[in-house]
Ligand binder design. Structure first.
Ligand SMILES: [Zn+2]
Ligand SMILES: [Zn+2]
Length: 398
């Protein structure tokens, strides 16, 4: 079993932390309990140079940092309809060949980590398939740059239904996406899309894969569900925490019902633009009761440990030094974040971190939390308050 996060960004992508360098990414990933990470931004030559000089080659598509963390070659691109795709490459030569084929179509190939390519989804698919790579939609339901904000089906975007994977994005989970019948054969990915290496970002979502070895070929087999390889878990943050979960104003973050948004022509009372939430978009696309195909793994909803610590320590920010110090103490004591969140007994946590923190982690495990949903670009907020159990966002929509 390996834990894999396929989608991160380097320091060369817009809005990312200058700390997104391989040694820092590898160290933080280890604390998170990850085994393998997508390189992110592998089309960018500056990042690729840094990457190649920071890792050892295991085989054509697999690389290893001295910490033991493995990498495969991945990137995200934005197509000419502003749709984001995750691409996975089998080798450095395939990356080079892809760069060559699209260089006249991309104005920012080496100036941005996530480049724009003036091609459509089906044209990208043709090139990627020709190089033996894989492509699928990133954060498939979000309102600005996703496949489903632009199209109503996989076929509209790629001219085929035969797409190996789809990234759910932070604001959606398996229960939501399995209301859409065309996705029954698609492997769902839960990836962090991290722009900073800090604990509440990198590995905040990941996939657990059953493979015979930790390498590119075996990982691809798991995506395609061949030879007994498969995804056995999707671990994602509670979709309510996603920043596009609900329909809301992108300026003041006031939440709106779809009816009200239509009535005001998507203008908030503050003058800001209202953006359709992932919940609403999934409702529009939904054409069946929630039906999980037999291959669909369990989806575990989690919350970054740092968010729980913020609540228990009573500080306002995950970046506060006290929170970061406590996070580090816990993950170093119990090897990684997954152990702290799910496995380690309360008494042991209490010995290291005190009663308040231990209670907060137990409250999370028992679901005694209230999440104020996100929307309009603002993440949801965690509250460790005993309230009536949160109703699922999709309750009663069919
Ligand atoms: Zn994206
Ligand atoms: Zn507003």
């Amino acid at each position: 079993m390996i834990n894999v996060d396929f989608h991160i960004h380097s320091m060369y992508s817009g809005g990312t932390s200058g700390n997104m360098e391989i040694p820092v990414i590898a160290e933080q990933s280890k604390f998170k309990g990850l085994n393998t990470i997508g390189s992110g931004d592998c089309l960018n030559k500056h990042w690729l140079d840094h990457f190649v000089s920071s890792v050892n080659k295991i085989d054509e598509g697999t690389f290893e940092h001295k910490s033991g963390i493995r990498f495969i070659l991945t990137t995200e691109v934005e197509d000419q309809r502003r749709v984001h795709h995750v691409i996975i490459f089998p080798s450095l030569s395939a990356v080079e060949e892809f760069r060559y084929k699209i260089k006249d179509k991309s104005p920012n190939l080496d100036t941005d980590g996530r480049c724009n390519i003036n091609l459509c989804g089906d044209e990208l698919l043709d090139i990627v398939t020709g190089l033996d790579g894989l492509i699928g939609p990133s954060h498939a339901f979000t309102p600005w740059t996703s496949m489903y904000k632009e199209y109503d089906s996989l076929e509209d975007c790629y001219k085929t239904k035969n797409i190996p994977f789809l990234e759910l994005g932070l604001s959606a989970d398996t229960n939501m996406a399995d209301c859409i019948s065309e996705l029954k054969d698609v492997t769902f990915m839960t990836n962090s899309d991290a722009h900073s290496p800090w604990p509440h970002r990198i590995g905040r979502e990941f996939n657990r894969l059953k493979v015979k070895d930790n390498n590119y070929d075996e990982i691809v087999k798991a995506i395609k569900r061949r030879g007994g390889n498969e995804f056995v878990l999707n671990v994602g943050i509670d979709p309510d925490l996603g920043k596009y979960h609900m329909t809301a104003c992108t300026r003041c973050y006031k939440k709106y019902s779809m009816e009200k948004a239509i009535e005001t022509k998507n203008r908030c009372s503050c003058g800001g633009l209202i953006k359709k939430g992932v919940v609403e978009r999934v409702k529009e696309l939904c054409d069946q009761e929630v039906t999980h195909p037999p291959h669909r793994p369990k989806y575990i909803k989690t919350i970054p440990l740092a968010e729980i610590l913020v609540q228990s320590i009573g500080l306002s920010s995950v970046n506060a030094k006290k929170v970061q110090d406590m996070w580090k103490l816990l993950v170093q004591s119990f090897k990684n974040e997954i152990n702290v969140l799910i496995v380690t007994p309360r008494e042991e946590i209490e010995k290291v971190a005190g009663e308040k923190v231990a209670q907060a982690i137990v409250d999370f495990r028992e679901g005694n939390i209230y999440i104020e949903p996100g929307g309009g670009g603002m993440y949801g907020k965690v509250h460790l308050i005993k309230k009536d159990k949160n109703q699922s966002s999709l309750d009663g929509f069919l």
